[in-house]
Ligand binder design. Structure first.
Ligand SMILES: Cc1cc2nc3c(=O)[nH]c(=O)nc-3n(C[C@H](O)[C@H](O)[C@H](O)COP(=O)(O)O)c2cc1C
Length: 373
């Protein structure tokens, strides 16, 4: 597979053959099946860790142990299916994020993507030497130039500049790092967030001689989109929504069908019990919640630090697990703003090949355009 003309994404000593990272998708949407398929195509496959232990017998009695075991199994399973580059996505909002980070490192994961929180400081239990010895690379997922600048400065001070940054814009799926007002602000676009961050990252490189690769995410759908962002100076792209409708995606067929069937007007911003807005495919479950209905649940563990358990109308973990298993009476699917454009299920290989040919076409026409100027 080749994406000609791209300067090459490099995260620490990991050099994927293609500049595509598959965004982590919880609960259970990107596990070993999808992650290994992307890694086999030369990209970076990412296992989502949210709720990963839900098939373990002790998920209700000992969430932390179940998640640790579930994660270890999934990493090892993915490793048995690929020699490519594998990452995990760990949301800092998860109450057991530290245990997940350690487990992933100890199981030899290549890259950890830290999302849903601002890691201004690394947890004090994580010594820099421990991170370095593990060989694992740390990549925060951020939603603003300001956050990126602060993280660059703060991590530089502790002598561990981030190995890359994923900039996730407002068109992404799942929980979003923006308020509802920000989501309506036309000035807040991935392009603008990227340009501003790139400027600072360039200064940072000049000042310290450290290049921090910037990866863009949120709404990237075609090879043309990939070409446009790489042309702007991005080092790679992260894509999630596009990989749901693949045979290798770990979700139930019914989850994929929700993507095939949804229309643009079905993609809604919802208020998640986690306290963040999220983008999802609207359905009866969400309509009932909006109408004030409470969905009964028990919460033996507060799995998300920011969850308002006393007032939450439903358990987001449970709703997402039901959706992963294809039960949309009791759950709903997160999806990016382009989900309505997904109209068939393909193999990851075919999808990556079509992205590559679209990319090459777009590159050719942008070169022609430069020549004609
Ligand atoms: C179904 C779904 C589940 C997601 N779950 C997570 C998650 O668990 N953690 C996370 O950091 N991001 C999550 N995301 C965000 C993606 O990783 C990704 O950055 C984003 O969706 C990229 O935009 P795109 O879907 O338009 O390609 C999820 C996205 C989707 C569509």
């Amino acid at each position: 597979m080749s994406f000609d003309g791209h300067p090459g994404l490099r995260i620490g000593n990991f050099e994927p053959g293609i500049p595509i990272i598959q965004g982590g998708m919880g609960v259970g949407i990107s596990l070993s099946g999808l992650a290994s398929a992307i890694a086999n195509q030369g990209g970076i496959g990412v296992i989502a860790t949210a709720g990963i232990g839900y098939l373990e017998p002790d998920f209700v009695t000992d969430l932390e142990a179940a998640n640790r075991r579930g994660l270890k199994k999934e990493i090892m399973k993915a490793r048995s299916m690929t020699d490519g580059i594998l990452g995990v996505n760990i949301m800092l909002a998860l109450s057991d994020h530290l245990s997940l980070i350690k487990t992933a490192m100890d199981t030899g994961i290549d890259i950890i993507f830290l999302s849903a929180g601002l890691p201004f400081r690394l947890p004090s239990e994580l010594k820099i030497e421990y991170i370095r010895d593990s060989g694992t690379r740390l990549v925060p997922v951020l939603s603003s130039a300001r956050a990126s600048r602060l993280i660059l400065e703060k991590w530089k001070k502790i002598d561990y500049p981030p190995d890359a940054i994923v900039l996730e814009g407002p068109l992404a799926g799942g929980h979003l790092g923006f308020s509802r007002n920000q989501l309506e602000d036309k000035e807040i676009t991935l392009e603008n967030i990227f340009r501003e961050t790139k400027q600072f990252a360039n200064h940072f490189e000049q000042r310290h001689g450290i290049k921090v690769p910037l990866i863009v995410a949120g709404g990237i759908f075609s090879g043309g989109d990939i070409c446009r962002f790489l042309d702007m100076g991005a080092d790679g792209v992260q894509m999630a929504t596009r990989f749901v409708a693949t045979y290798e995606c770990d979700a139930d067929e019914e989850f994929k069908r929700q993507y095939l069937d949804c229309r643009v007007e079905d993609l809604k911003i919802i208020d998640s019990p986690v306290g963040l807005p999220g983008r999802a495919i609207d359905n009866q479950f969400l309509q009932q919640v909006r109408a004030g209905e409470k969905k009964p649940y028990e919460c033996p563990w507060k799995c998300l630090k920011t969850c308002d358990v006393a007032n939450a109308p439903y358990c987001i973990g449970k709703a997402l697990r039901e959706a992963k298993d294809g039960n949309f009476d009791d759950g709903f699917a997160f999806a990016g703003s382009n989900a309505y454009r997904v109209n068939s299920i393909t193999h990851v290989r075919e999808l990556v090949e079509s992205l590559e040919s679209e990319y090459n076409l777009a590159l050719e026409s942008s070169r022609q355009a430069v020549l004609l100027k």
